[in-house]
Design a protein around this ligand. Structure first.
Ligand SMILES: [Zn+2]
Length: 328
């Protein structure tokens, strides 16, 4: 099966302004330290998997502001054993961006909002969403990889937070952030000449929330085969015409979601592996009615799953899902 690449359209995160990651300077800790204290540099603060925000927007601090909160911050940051760690994210319009992971919340910050990634992304600018997802993915990885996977000794961050090195000098293995590829895909079929989209839900999701199908790619498997296998395992459908659409980092905790469309000639849904609680075919008209009545809730609006549903809905109606008046 030869997947055709369809031009990226309508998926805002794909075309949003994004950081130049400046991978070539990550090794230069002296230069990174100088950039960190520059008055124009912007620093995100993360605490226990959440971000410091103001007015529901990601808030950036300057080094001077951090120093006012913590007079010892410089010595803390130069100590690799100290859990307060800075990660260099990159540069955009001559401004350098960092994220700092805190182990304790400075009392002066207790009044600020601490938002999880999903909530912080809801009203954020696309540039900030990109930076938040990027930060969260790296932070998750550091948190889970404090020890060398080869010899079990402690590891420490190097490359300005973009890799970790084993502290056992006989091993000294360098470890790089893991990314877990997962496929996410729409399935459509035709019933009496009407095209329908499959939506499904897991039992632990918020009530009435539905989405398209997703699952991790396995070793020795192409992405197209992963789509076909997941479709069979989760809903018992044989799919064809698997086409790549676009991708999205999804740091919950370490995924890269690879979005596809697919088709099936079959109609009977079988929840083979019981990962799903319910799955159902929707025509565009049925979808609109269910959303309006509040019986159907769509995925998180910056997610690729939302985009895949919206893309299909637009192909059927000419309108975005955003045009539907929700009655939640
Ligand atoms: Zn080691």
């Amino acid at each position: 099966m030869q997947p055709a690449v369809i031009p990226l359209k309508g998926y805002a995160m794909q075309t949003a302004p994004t950081l130049n990651r400046r991978g070539e300077i990550r090794h230069d800790s002296l230069q990174i330290d100088q950039l960190f204290v520059k008055t124009t540099s912007k620093i995100l603060l993360s605490y226990k998997g959440r971000f410091l925000c103001k007015d529901h927007k990601a808030h950036y601090f300057s080094f001077e502001q951090l120093k006012a909160l913590d007079g010892h911050i410089e010595s803390s940051l130069s100590n690799n054993d100290h859990p307060l760690q800075k990660i260099y994210l990159g540069e955009y319009q001559q401004i350098h961006y960092f994220v700092l992971q805190m182990v304790e919340l400075y009392p002066a910050l207790a009044e600020m909002q601490l938002l999880d990634l999903r909530t912080a992304s809801l009203s954020a600018e696309l540039f900030d969403i990109g930076s938040l997802f990027y930060s969260q993915g790296l932070i998750n990885w550091h948190f889970d990889h404090a020890f060398c996977a080869k010899c079990g000794a402690k590891s420490e961050p190097v490359q300005s937070g973009h890799s970790r090195k084993c502290t056992n000098e006989h091993c000294a293995r360098e470890h790089f952030p893991r990314i877990e590829p997962a496929v996410i895909f729409s399935i459509v079929t035709s019933m009496d000449g009407i095209e329908k989209l499959l939506l499904a839900r897991q039992a632990n999701w918020p009530e009435k929330r539905y989405s398209v199908i997703a699952g991790f790619a396995e070793h020795g498997e192409s992405l197209e085969l992963a789509v076909a296998r997941e479709a069979m395992e989760e809903v018992g459908l044989e799919v064809s015409k698997v086409r790549y659409i676009s991708s999205q980092p999804w740091p919950f905790p370490a995924s890269l979601m690879l979005g596809f469309t697919s088709e099936t000639k079959q109609h009977d849904i079988r929840l083979v592996d019981q990962e799903l609680e319910h799955a159902q075919w929707f025509s565009a008209e049925e979808m609109k009615a269910a959303i309006e009545s509040g019986e159907l809730l769509m995925p998180f609006s910056v997610s690729i799953s939302w985009h895949l549903v919206d893309r299909w809905y637009q192909s059927q109606t000419g309108n975005s899902l955003k045009s539907i008046n929700k009655n939640e």
